[in-house]
Write a protein that binds this ligand. Structure first.
Ligand SMILES: Cc1cc2nc3c(=O)[nH]c(=O)nc-3n(C[C@H](O)[C@H](O)[C@H](O)COP(=O)(O)OP(=O)(O)OC[C@H]3O[C@@H](n4cnc5c(N)ncnc54)[C@H](O)[C@@H]3O)c2cc1C
Length: 564
């Protein structure tokens, strides 16, 4: 991405066809789609890219087996086709994942689950739906019916196979189970990758720019006033169209005059908490569907060397800029995990925790949030602002298409969506990466998965300055070189940007990042990141101290090491 200073110069000095508010997956998708259709695009993000819900998901690119229970067939089918397309467009970043539903005590796996999985297979695999209707469905979804990855059908597996895939279940002697497939990603990296593509097509993006007002000319929205959160100064980004992609904040961006309240969504946030534990404490090769209290299920998933457990789903009324995991939620997840795997994990075993809020759109009924559909909705005010919210990480491309189709229709242009055919981030073979002295073996695959082709550049940085070739946290593959890389190419501005959203160490190794106040301060993982980042951003010693304190506060506000 271009440097933030340069982006701000362009944003303040040029006029754009479209300004997108929000740098989560939806905003990134809209910017990307609009730019590829020939629009000049600006995107502004008040905090950091993906700092909202888009870094706090379960990291699944999936149809959502659960939504079949609500007969949300359209949503599931659409998401399954997107899943297939994402593996094709970003194979390094969106990867197939095996999931297991185990059975115990000689029981056969639940018949109802089997019926659901059958439907999942049929909807996921165009081949199985009969060629004609399959092609039509895939074309409708913008997917290539001959896409490369196509999951195998689900099947029953033996108890031994269950244990091979879920070693954590060894003590419970499972007698069999279902094996099926979904996909997994790194959500924040997906956002950064899509933004990178948007920029490649000419979009100008900057973080730490908060929209404080909509600008109006002749009764229509014609841009936004933004506040540069770093300098405190305000300026206008002029644009003919405004797209509000602010997720849970969507009902806070309001035109001065609103024709009807129905022109904007009413968001009903629902909090979801996740925890991570060491692989050794809960060894998983595949994901598991784990029953939890209240008739719900949660996931236990292998992710970036840890085991990721989540999620809860409860109405939430607190502050949404920093959402903390609640202690009840953490207890709920630990209880479900312990009773299923026969473990005795406690809060002291967490390697991290995080919570996020779903941008669910409120309807008049008083159903619990788990039952509310994850469908995306588009709104349009009489003054022209388009709001696109709801939906899922998986369906970002379809949401973006919905919003940009509306712009195109309004303009009477002929510009079909092209994002179904544009690779995201250029995958790279880890074996093709140049070896750099000091870089641990496992880092090459991790860098290739995270950055695709740009992994070459991270390694070049590591080669130039030997001390940057070492891992940030011993035993984990993330390199110190990723900090200056993030500042130079991904607009990282703070330690939190690097540790929470460029790498994911903040939620995978929170304890190792908490030692900023002890005697080892100067050599702590966080201090080393601060220095590596500061060398790129020109931080003096006092600024480094200030940034360390800021990160400590951010970690506290985010509850990355939840205490029960
Ligand atoms: C616990 C949980 C688990 C989930 N798991 C999955 C999953 O496994 N798979 C899946 O497909 N989906 C999942 N989802 C859903 C998915 O994460 C969300 O649908 C998606 O991330 C929403 O993205 P967004 O871009 O619309 O919102 P956000 O990511 O929240 O982005 C909105 C952005 O707008 C910015 N903003 C707000 N106001 C302003 C302003 N005034 N000026 C400038 N910027 C502003 C915010 O800072 C924010 O970055 C999950 C959600 C949750 C909460």
């Amino acid at each position: 991405m271009i440097a933030r200073e340069r982006a701000i110069e362009s944003l303040a000095g040029e006029r754009f066809d479209v300004v997108v508010i929000g740098g989560g997956i939806t905003g990134a998708g809209v910017a990307f789609d609009a730019a590829t259709r020939g629009y000049s695009v600006a995107l502004v993000e008040k905090s950091d890219y993906a700092a909202g819900t888009s870094s706090r998901s379960s990291k699944l690119v999936h149809g959502g087996l659960r939504y079949l229970q609500n007969f949300d067939l359209g949503l599931v089918r659409e998401a399954l086709l997107e899943r297939q397309l994402m593996v094709k467009l970003a194979p390094h970043l969106v990867r197939p994942l095996k999931l297991v539903v185990p059975a115990f005590d000689g029981d056969r796996p639940d018949l109802l689950v089997g019926i659901g999985l059958n439907m999942y297979d049929v909807m996921a695999t165009p081949r199985l739906r009969g060629r004609r209707s399959a092609r039509r469905a895939a074309a409708e979804a913008g997917a290539d019916p001959d896409g490369d990855w196509s999951p195998e059908r689900h099947r029953m597996i033996s108890g031994e196979e269950v244990v091979e895939l879920l070693p954590a279940l060894t003590g419970r002697n499972p007698t069999g189970g279902y094996l099926f497939y979904d996909c997994q990603t790194d959500d924040a990296r997906l956002v950064l990758t899509v933004l990178g593509e948007a920029e490649r097509f000419g979009a100008i993006c900057a973080n730490r720019l908060e929209v404080i007002e909509l600008v109006r000319e002749d009764g229509r929205e014609s841009g936004v006033t933004v506040r540069d959160v770093e300098s405190g100064s305000d300026f206008i980004v002029h644009a003919d169209n405004v797209v509000n992609a602010t997720g849970v904040w969507a009902d806070r961006i309001r035109p001065e005059e609103l024709h009807s309240e129905a022109d904007l969504p009413t968001i009903r946030p629902s909090r979801g908490t996740h925890i991570t534990v060491a692989h050794e404490d809960l060894p998983l090769v595949a994901g598991a569907i784990v029953p939890a209290a209240g008739g719900r299920t949660i996931f236990a998933l292998p992710w970036l060397g840890r085991s990721l457990i989540g999620t809860t789903d409860n109405d939430y009324e607190g502050e949404i800029d920093h959402v903390k995991p609640s202690s009840e939620d953490v207890e709920y997840l630990l209880e479900a995990t312990n009773s299923f795997f026969g473990t005795s994990l406690g809060s002291g075993d967490l390697t991290g925790a995080y919570a996020g809020v779903r941008p669910l759109i409120s309807t008049a009924d008083s159903k619990k949030s788990v039952d509310i559909s994850r469908k995306a909705e588009l709104y349009e005010t009489s003054s022209g602002m388009i709001t696109i919210t709801g939906g899922k990480l998986t369906t970002w491309r379809r949401m973006a298409k919905l919003a940009v189709d509306r712009l195109v229709e309004r303009d009477g242009r002929k510009a079909p969506c092209r994002t179904d055919g544009i690779p995201l981030g250029l995958a790279v073979d880890p074996a093709s990466l140049a070896e750099v002295e000091g870089v641990p073996e496992e880092s090459y695959a991790a860098l290739a998965a995270r950055y695709g082709h740009a992994a070459h550049e991270v390694l070049r940085t590591a080669a130039e300055r030997g001390e940057l070739a070492q891992p940030i946290v011993p035993g984990l593959p993330d390199l110190l070189a990723e900090a200056p890389f993030a500042a130079r190419y991904e607009q990282a501005r703070s330690i939190g940007d690097v540790l929470l959203r460029r790498t994911r160490l903040g939620i995978l190794a929170a304890a190792e990042l908490q030692d900023t106040q002890d005697g080892a301060h100067a050599h702590s993982a966080v201090a080393r990141v601060a220095r590596a980042l500061g060398s790129e951003l020109g931080w003096e010693e006092r600024r480094i101290e200030l940034e360390l304190e800021r990160f400590r506060l951010e970690g506290e506000l985010e509850g990355i090491l939840a205490e029960v």
